[in-house]
Design a binder for this molecule. Structure first.
Ligand SMILES: [Cu+2]
Length: 367
């Protein structure tokens, strides 16, 4: 089934429940953005002021990276440069593009892993993979052409869920955080520091929170995923012969990042051995080798409720030993699970609207 790119974002993916703009101040995010607004705004007044109290502003206010505490990572340091760009084939779509990703370990050895990523701007954006204990310094450049013609606000940003960061790395506008615009302009990049502190393992979305509106141009394609793997000796649960068993994280051969929009799946397939990331676009065919362990990362945007199924397979409900073969996923929810690939099937949204809109893709298992 072919899809024109401009069909992709026919629905509203406004991220209205996102409590962004909340200075989280290294507080772990344990729930998906459901902190009552009152507590949130109170915490801003309590903590927001203290952050700025000892700040002597030199007048240079845009790239605040220099003001952020340069905490040494327990694990690796990731130095990342990304562009926010126009999608090559899309009329009015925007997308993130990876320019540089270097990883420096504790011994000071640096590896350039930029070639793992697509050279183009892609939707979803590059999947950033860290381990618990790692820190990422991500500099974002604004390459969106003619912003005044298309967009009412010229800043573009990165706002992430799940990991820790200081106030300056929230990626929101002054309109929300009452202090500063935390995004890249056409002439000034902006650097964010993400701390994958202990307890932040999981799969998290990141997205723009500046362009078009104070909620950002997420509905134009500016979103992606961050995977934080457990620090060491990580295990994942898979079902085998009707039981839940633990297998080492290192046995996972493929990661599938699947964003569920209102009427399509769109994603990236990652070969965990080489790290290579392949954009797989709309309702993609996923591939696996028979007998290998593979992991699904489902992230929902939009406003619809979905019922994810993978006929012939069951998997472990996260945090339990229970096996399930379908999962209801609502807006802004996520679901991560692993299986052992054994037979061809398909994945789909089994709700009525998911079926009528043919939200289905193949899962091909090769010998
Ligand atoms: Cu958000």
């Amino acid at each position: 089934m072919k899809h024109r790119f401009d069909e992709i974002f026919s629905m509203d993916v406004r991220h209205s429940q996102c409590n962004s703009g909340i200075p989280r101040l290294s507080r772990p995010l344990t729930e998906w953005m459901v902190i009552p607004a009152l507590i949130v705004s109170m915490s801003f007044f309590l903590f927001g002021d203290s952050v700025h109290a000892n700040e002597k502003d030199s007048g240079h206010t845009h790239n605040r990276a220099d003001k952020q505490e340069k905490k040494k990572p327990k694990g690796n340091l990731h130095r990342i440069e990304m562009f926010a760009d126009k999608l090559v084939e899309g009329e009015d779509f925007l997308a993130y593009r990876m320019m540089l990703h270097e990883v420096t370990d504790k011994k000071g050895n640096t590896t350039d892993i930029t070639n793992r990523y697509s050279r183009e701007a892609i939707i979803p954006g590059p999947t950033i993979i860290m381990n618990e204990g790692d820190i990422a310094e991500i500099t974002l450049f604004n390459q969106v052409p003619n912003p005044d013609e298309v967009h009412s606000h010229e800043n573009v940003s990165l706002h992430v869920h799940g990991v820790h960061y200081e106030f300056h790395s929230d990626g929101t506008l002054k309109y929300i955080n009452l202090s500063e615009d935390q995004g890249a302009t056409l002439v000034q990049s902006y650097t964010y520091r993400w701390d994958a502190a202990p307890g932040t393992a999981g799969t998290w979305p990141y997205h723009d929170h500046n362009m078009n509106t104070h909620n950002g141009a997420e509905d134009k394609g500016l979103f992606g995923a961050l995977i934080v793997n457990p620090a060491s000796d990580g295990v994942v649960s898979i079902s085998q012969g009707g039981n839940s068993i633990s297998v080492p994280l290192s046995s996972i051969k493929k990661d599938y990042v699947l964003y569920i929009l209102d009427d399509i799946f769109i994603g990236t397939e990652i070969d965990t051995l080489t790290g290579e990331q392949t954009p797989i676009m709309v309702n993609p065919t996923l591939t696996a080798t028979s007998g290998s362990n593979v992991r699904f990362h489902l992230l929902a945007l939009g406003t619809n409720l979905h019922q994810f199924t993978l006929p012939g397979y069951s998997w472990v409900e996260p945090g339990t030993n229970k096996l399930i073969s379908e999962k209801a996923i609502g807006p802004l929810e996520k679901h991560v699970f692993a299986i052992q690939a054994s037979a061809d099937t398909f994945y789909q949204d089994a709700t009525f609207s998911g079926k009528t809109q043919r939200m289905v893709g193949e899962f091909n298992v090769n010998p």
